[in-house]
Design a protein around this ligand. Structure first.
Ligand SMILES: [Mg+2]
Length: 204
């Protein structure tokens, strides 16, 4: 299997970038403005889902949209200073692009925020899809005929399997290698530093 023309999908948060601190600080800002308790341990245990779905754990249905607006006012200010590129991510994207394949970022995050984060940390990609999680990622991967999807939560592995893409788990988020394998990961990497070697073995 050659990789020229291949499409390689990547999740963003905790796969390419360590955005945990910015996310936690944004939830703390929502808690401070609304007076509603938001347990960071609970948020952390689910990192990767959509903002509205996380807020549903803390707010009644009618208060979710205003809480999203508060979060989205704070996040852009916190993301730049608090987000870093995870080890190996830059090299992983460079490996894919150097091989003539396309890098597509597919994230549950609001698309403008995905673009901002990529811009802030200086990661160049070919295409971005935001606001999708779980089975919705599978729909995007299928439409792209993606060859692989790389992500940190189990739901990403299930999406890759559903889309017949190579499911590559990276244990840099809130989930273990065992969690990722149970969800269908064909490969689990401790970090993206291991990606170029696995990619070369798969595609060359
Ligand atoms: Mg993630």
């Amino acid at each position: 299997m050659t990789d020229r023309g291949a499409v390689i999908g990547f999740d963003l948060d905790m796969t390419l970038v360590d955005s945990r601190a910015a996310i936690m600080a944004s939830f703390a800002a929502v808690a401070a403005e609304t007076g509603v308790t938001i347990d960071p341990v609970g948020v952390d245990s689910r990192l990767g889902i959509k903002l509205e779905d996380e807020l549903a754990h803390w707010f009644p249905a009618g208060e979710i949209v205003p809480a999203m607006a508060i979060y989205r006012r704070h996040y852009p200010l916190l993301s730049g200073p608090l987000t870093s590129v995870l080890p190996g991510a830059r090299e992983a994207l460079a490996t894919v692009r150097a091989a003539g394949a396309r890098v597509v970022v597919i994230s549950a995050k609001f698309e403008p925020a995905v673009r901002q984060v990529l811009d802030d940390v200086g990661l160049a990609v070919d295409e971005v899809f935001g606001g999708v999680h779980g089975p919705e990622k599978a729909v995007v991967l299928t439409a792209l005929a993606a060859d692989a999807y790389v992500g940190d939560p189990p739901a990403d592995m299930a999406a890759a399997v559903a889309a017949a893409a190579w499911p590559v788990g990276v244990a840099t988020g809130s989930f273990s290698g065992a969690d990722l394998r149970a969800a269908g990961a064909a490969v689990v990497l401790a970090s993206l530093a291991q990606f170029p070697d696995r990619y070369a073995r798969r595609f060359s």
